[in-house]
Design a protein around this ligand. Structure first.
Ligand code: SAM
Length: 388
């Protein structure tokens, strides 16, 4: 029924009634980008709610609130497309569902914006015209590997990063593509890892930024930022009812989105993040937004958790969730009285809440933000208060 067997099984087991629709994109069958294009948004919402409910049924009086995304297409502010060589052809697009070595060449893509197809087509033409070699994923040879496009939905800025193994005429490319973006980055990834970031060699044009509510955030080319700006605004607004404390520690803070957005509610805030570039940006972001009570530390949360003096923490870990060391650190650090837990992974979220529930009461109202329509993913928010 669906490309994802686990989801298909879940739908059958839970007798969810599917309302089918015609997929919008001609690449839907093969492409790994979206899996829910063939069902209505009503059904997508029902599936996501059911998944959340099943995973969180250990919470007393559980009440789930689902925040729909106003846009089901063109909602993302970042997309990473592979550039590969196959036989004598160059393909630019997303991986085939479940196949790291196959790329679906995309003539259209509905996740970022209408201009995407033109950017991808002109980039391919540029590679061909300039005799550049695209990367061969299987033999691990070749040069041009990824194009990453970031868009400030509210600033109307666009940044195009090209990731290569060796070299790329980025000045010439930026000149030819200047009607499509206001900044360009050339980055080198000469490792065997198939990742869409690298060592920045050149940054041409404006500093990239996005506005979220009344704050502006500088975002380095490869640092994390919430990928659906409109939903990020709702995620911030919906946390406000829980913000009550003296000092806030924003753990896994990225470029400071939550800490800076919540700064006026606390006497002081501190952000902790492992990505050096994100921390540099977070410091700048507090300055450009006139925030005077913030400091940011480049560190692993694991190494800082025992020293946190704040009574209120926000955690927004990567998909793997909180490590055992962080969970133990939170439980044994008695300064910490309240936790806001944001997560993009229902399984690790449920696992961590269970572990924390021995010492913290989980507020029954769990919020679901549909950051990623057309995919199986969604964002969650829980509020916890220490019980001992
Ligand atoms: C889901 S993102 C959240 C970022 C930020 N809260 C935001 O909303 O933009 C997770 C962040 O955690 C960082 N990270 C991953 N592992 C970490 C660790 N062990 N300690 C500190 N930061 C970590 C990543 O670099 C990434 O910026």
């Amino acid at each position: 029924m669906f490309k994802d067997e686990k989801i298909s099984k879940f739908i059958l087991e839970n007798k969810i009634e599917i309302e089918n629709i015609k997929p919008l994109c001609k690449h839907f069958e093969k492409c790994g980008g979206c899996i829910f294009q063939n069902i209505s948004y009503r059904t997508e919402k029902e599936i996501k709610l059911k998944i959340a409910e099943k995973n969180l049924n250990f919470i007393n009086n559980l009440k789930l609130t689902f925040f729909e995304s106003k846009k089901r297409i063109y909602y993302r502010n970042r997309m990473d497309y592979s550039i590969v060589r196959k036989d004598n052809d160059i393909l630019i697009g997303l991986k085939e569902y479940g196949k790291w070595y196959e790329v679906v060449n995309l003539d259209e893509c509905y996740l970022l914006s209408e201009e995407t197809s033109e950017i991808l087509k002109r980039t391919k033409d540029f590679i061909i015209k300039n005799n550049l070699e695209a990367y061969d994923l299987i033999n691990k040879t070749g040069n041009v590997r990824y194009i990453v496009i970031r868009e400030g939905k509210n600033t109307k800025k666009r940044l195009i990063s090209i990731i290569v193994k060796e070299s790329f005429p980025i000045e010439k490319y930026s000149e030819e593509m200047k009607d499509m973006a206001n900044s360009f980055v050339l980055a080198i990834n000469d490792t065997l890892a198939d990742v869409s970031f690298g060592r920045i060699e050149k940054y041409i044009g404006e500093t990239f930024s996005e506005k979220v509510l009344d704050k502006e955030f500088i975002i380095p080319p490869f640092s994390f930022f919430q990928s659906n700006t409109e939903m990020a605004e709702i995620m911030i607004k919906e946390a406000k009812e829980f913000l009550d404390g003296k000092s806030l520690a924003d753990l896994y803070c990225g470029v400071g989105l939550f800490g800076i957005s919540f700064a006026e509610n606390f006497e002081e805030i501190i952000g902790v993040e492992i990505d050096k570039e994100a921390i540099k940006a977070a410091k700048l972001n507090s300055i450009i937004n006139g925030i005077k009570n913030a400091s940011f530390v480049e560190a692993k949360v694991e190494d800082k958790i025992k020293d946190i003096k704040s009574d209120f923490i926000v955690v927004d870990p990567p998909r793997a969730g909180l490590s055992n060391k962080v969970i133990k650190g939170i439980i044994s650090n008695k300064n910490i009285k309240k936790i806001l837990y944001y997560s993009c992974n229902i399984e690790t979220f449920a696992r961590d809440l269970k572990k924390l529930s021995k010492n913290f009461k989980i507020h029954e109202n769990i919020k679901i933000f549909d950051q990623f329509p057309l995919t199986k993913h969604f964002e969650l928010l829980a509020f916890l208060e220490r019980e001992e």
